[in-house]
Design a protein around this ligand. Structure first.
Ligand SMILES: *[C@@H]1O[C@H](CO)[C@@H](O)[C@H](O)[C@H]1NC(C)=O
Ligand SMILES: *[C@@H]1O[C@H](CO)[C@@H](O)[C@H](O)[C@H]1NC(C)=O
Ligand SMILES: *[C@@H]1O[C@H](CO)[C@@H](O)[C@H](O)[C@H]1NC(C)=O
Ligand SMILES: *[C@@H]1O[C@H](CO)[C@@H](O)[C@H](O)[C@H]1NC(C)=O
Ligand SMILES: *[C@@H]1O[C@H](CO)[C@@H](O)[C@H](O)[C@H]1NC(C)=O
Ligand SMILES: *[C@@H]1O[C@H](CO)[C@@H](O)[C@H](O)[C@H]1NC(C)=O
Ligand SMILES: *[C@@H]1O[C@H](CO)[C@@H](O)[C@H](O)[C@H]1NC(C)=O
Ligand SMILES: *[C@@H]1O[C@H](CO)[C@@H](O)[C@H](O)[C@H]1NC(C)=O
Length: 690
């Protein structure tokens, strides 16, 4: 019996021993990954985590924002004995990692080494939850997770005052129970701090002794070449046993933030655990056998090129919008200035910008006014492009008829004759119309004839006067007959004849009357002209004709020869006055300007006076055409019976008497009423005339 009992006791003891030995053997685990190429079966990666086949690195997250990634060893690891759950198995682990921030100083969030009841972390959140927990599970004892966190975020704001670049111990709660800034102890046991997110490989050691509950954490850059003797964290973690289940999975979780992100890599990993003894580490992590660290692209490439592309495209869009805005503003400004170009508007004659003319005339300064008349005010101007110009400013009453007006300008711009003032161009600004002419230095004929101190001391000699007469006649002939359309001047007078430096006459303001005709410039004034130059028929029908131009020319001719104004307040009428000389016995030459003395050509003077009288014929149909006038003046066609000495022959005089004298006398009889009448009907124009 005794031996049997003893043998049973021995058997039980042996069984107990062997079970203990078996249990010990089963609870020892050891593995080492020198890189992870080909280890998908051993490592379970989820979310952003992946094993990079090209370089063998385990990448926990890329640099995308707001992502998580987990990587766990597939096999569960025994952490406590069935017999005594209070005593945990010892374990040691070491890994080499690299954190590459999206831009220096803006990395985030971090990663953890985790003991977890599952080989993944379902429902875990990014950013401060590090892919480990979420806001509702954080701090919950049922999580059964223990983690060592490697957090890189500075100024973490979650109600907790976390420091960046730290290592912490998390018990079911990401608000670390223990946290320390990252340092290593050098050979002299001095603390050296360094950055987790520097982009360089960093090695971490975790050593836990199940007997004493002591956990050491040591972190240092691999370039150091050795493991510092003093750990960064050395703590008793008494309640780890409350968290850790019998079997746990070991691995990594990681996350990036919304604003901050880093790529997190693990280059190699060793783990060993042993229950009831020190962990046996036979094949410890050898850094020189690890794959090459990831390229340090911190602040470069990827992120950068995307940012650059974004900035570039934004700039292009911005530039485009600015250009659109610019075009729009310019267009609007042109509209506002009344200068909008429309398809019906013309290129010829040249269209000036209002600004140029505004500056050229010194802002339409009063001192720059060189004339004013029925059609507007004339300013002297100086254009950088074309030198001195005369700018006529016509203020319209309305915008109506602009189209017709422009068409008119276009036709006037094509008129070109040496005895016409050249129209250089035009400009329309609001209700103003600006016409740009050549500047004629000697000014108008009437200033030369009458100015008291004669301008530049010029005395008009007979030759000059006769040339001027022929010049004006030639200009009028061009308007009446030689251009493609008949242009009626309607305001031939001394002040509209300009004299250039070579004493050539240039007729100005031609054609403008047609605008009045069409009612485009003013709606009210139909009758235009200047007192003394207006043909009698104008006061009756108001219609200008070439014949009424001839009448005004006749008056002008007499004015040039006689040096007297066509009319004055005392019922003086130049044509009548000359007719009197002519009629009363051939002393017509006494009508010639006294200022000339005897220095004139008598034959030419007589010719001129008679032509003038012919032009002043009461009946429009009896007046010569401008072509005839020129032929008479040039001697190409004989005036009726002109002989070289005394002027008219008797017969010719009789002709003239019947044709001219009667009419002129009848004209004289009616002249006063005629002019008062015309003054009334055309006061608008006459008031502006000078
Ligand atoms: C990792 O994979 C390689 C190649 O398949 C293999 O040789 C090695 O043993 C694996 N490592 C572990 C720890 O399983
Ligand atoms: C972050 O990702 C989670 C899902 O992974 C999503 O529910 C959440 O809205 C994201 N947050 C931001 C700010 O994008
Ligand atoms: C938080 O995580 C737990 C599991 O750890 C999961 O059951 C729960 O649905 C998650 N909550 C949210 C809001 O994602
Ligand atoms: C997590 O830990 C922090 C700090 O230790 C504590 O203030 C907080 O209450 C804990 N959260 C939970 C849910 O226990
Ligand atoms: C990685 O790049 C960043 C920024 O260019 C630099 O500050 C850092 O020192 C680099 N790290 C290494 C290990 O070269
Ligand atoms: C922790 O480090 C200390 C030295 O600082 C050492 O004495 C102790 O044995 C270490 N404990 C473990 C579990 O490695
Ligand atoms: C674990 O113990 C530490 C003190 O050693 C305590 O601060 C912490 O709250 C405990 N955690 C749990 C989950 O009991
Ligand atoms: C690490 O590996 C290299 C190359 O195989 C070898 O020379 C060295 O001795 C190893 N170091 C350790 C500590 O095993």
């Amino acid at each position: 019996m005794g031996t049997a009992r003893r043998s049973i006791r021995t058997l039980v003891f042996l069984l107990y021993l062997s079970s203990n030995v078996l249990a010990d053997a089963a609870s020892t685990t050891e593995f080492t990954f020198l890189g992870f190429r080909g280890n998908q079966t051993e490592i379970q990666t989820e979310k952003a985590a992946t094993i990079q086949q090209t370089d063998g690195l385990l990448r926990l997250t890329n640099r995308d924002h707001n992502v998580t990634g987990t990587a766990f060893y597939r096999e569960p690891i025994r952490f406590s004995d069935r017999s005594d759950s209070k005593v945990l198995c010892s374990f040691s682990t070491s890994f080499v990692f690299v954190i590459i921030p999206s831009s220096p100083g803006n990395g985030g969030f971090g990663f953890t080494f985790t003991l977890s009841p599952t080989p993944n972390r379902p429902g875990a959140e990014s950013a401060q939850y590090l892919g480990l927990l979420n806001r509702s599970s954080n701090g919950d004892p049922s999580n059964h997770v223990f983690a060592v966190e490697f957090d890189t975020v500075q100024g973490f704001k979650d109600g907790d005052d976390r420091r960046g670049n730290h290592v912490g111990l998390d018990f079911n709660n990401l608000s670390s129970a223990v946290q320390e800034p990252v340092v290593y102890h050098d050979t002299d046991d001095r603390k050296e701090d360094f950055q987790l997110e520097s982009g360089e490989p960093i090695q971490a050691h975790l050593d836990y002794d199940g007997g004493s509950d002591e956990l050491n954490v040591t972190v240092y850059p691999t370039r150091l070449g050795f493991k510092p003797a003093t750990p960064m964290i050395s703590r008793q973690v008494l309640n780890l046993s409350e968290i850790v289940k019998e079997e746990m999975y070991v691995g990594f979780t990681s996350a990036t933030g919304k604003g901050q992100s880093s790529a997190h890599y693990v280059m190699g990993w060793s783990f060993a655990s042993s229950c009831g003894a020190d962990p046996v580490i036979s094949n410890w992590l050898n850094v020189s056998l690890l794959p090459r660290p990831p390229r340090n692209v911190s602040g470069k490439k990827g992120y950068d090129s995307r940012v650059i592309a974004l900035i570039a495209s934004l700039s292009i869009v911005t530039l485009f919008l600015l250009a659109l805005l610019f075009v729009f503003v310019m267009y609007k400004r042109r509209i506002e200035e009344g200068e909008a170009l429309e398809d019906w508007e013309i290129d010829y004659p040249h269209r000036f910008s209002y600004k140029d003319l505004y500056l050229a005339t010194q802002r339409f300064k009063e001192s720059e006014i060189i004339g004013s008349g029925g059609f507007g005010t004339v300013y002297r101007g100086n254009l950088p492009s074309s030198g001195p110009v005369a700018v006529k400013r016509i203020t319209q009453n309305s915008q109506q008829g602009v189209r017709e007006f422009i068409a008119e300008i276009e036709s006037l711009g094509r008129l070109s004759h040496k005895n016409l003032v050249n129209l250089q161009g035009w400009c329309k600004h609001k209700n103003d119309l600006l016409l740009v002419y050549d500047y004629i230095p000697n000014g108008s004929l009437d200033s030369l004839l009458y100015a008291k101190p004669r301008r530049n001391g010029i005395v008009l000699t007979w030759e000059e006067r006769f040339e001027i007469i022929k010049g004006v006649a030639s200009g009028l002939l061009y308007l009446h007959e030689e251009w493609e359309q008949v242009v009626i001047h309607r305001d031939v007078k001394a002040s509209n004849v300009l004299v250039d430096a070579e004493m050539n006459a240039k007729l100005g303001d031609f054609g403008l009357a047609r605008l009045y005709d069409r009612g485009t410039l003013t709606q009210t004034t139909k009758v235009v002209g200047t007192l003394g130059y207006m043909a009698p028929e104008l006061t009756r029908n108001g219609k200008g004709s070439t014949a009424s131009d001839v009448f005004a020319f006749g008056v002008l001719l007499l004015e040039i020869v006689c040096g007297r104004r066509p009319t004055n307040t005392e019922n003086f009428f130049l044509a009548d006055w000359v007719m009197d000389f002519h009629a009363n016995g051939g002393g017509v030459l006494r009508a010639v300007d006294q200022k000339l003395g005897s220095s004139f050509n008598g034959r030419e003077a007589k010719l001129a006076l008679v032509v003038g009288l012919l032009c002043c014929h009461q009946k429009p149909t009896a007046r010569p055409t401008m072509r005839n006038v020129i032929r008479y003046l040039c001697g190409d066609e004989d005036l009726p019976e002109i002989d070289g000495n005394l002027g008219f022959s008797d017969s010719a005089r009789e002709d003239l008497r019947s044709n001219v004298v009667c009419n002129v006398s009848s004209d004289r009889a009616s002249s006063s009423t005629t002019f008062s009448f015309s003054t009334e009907v055309s006061s608008g124009s006459l008031g502006n005339g000078r």
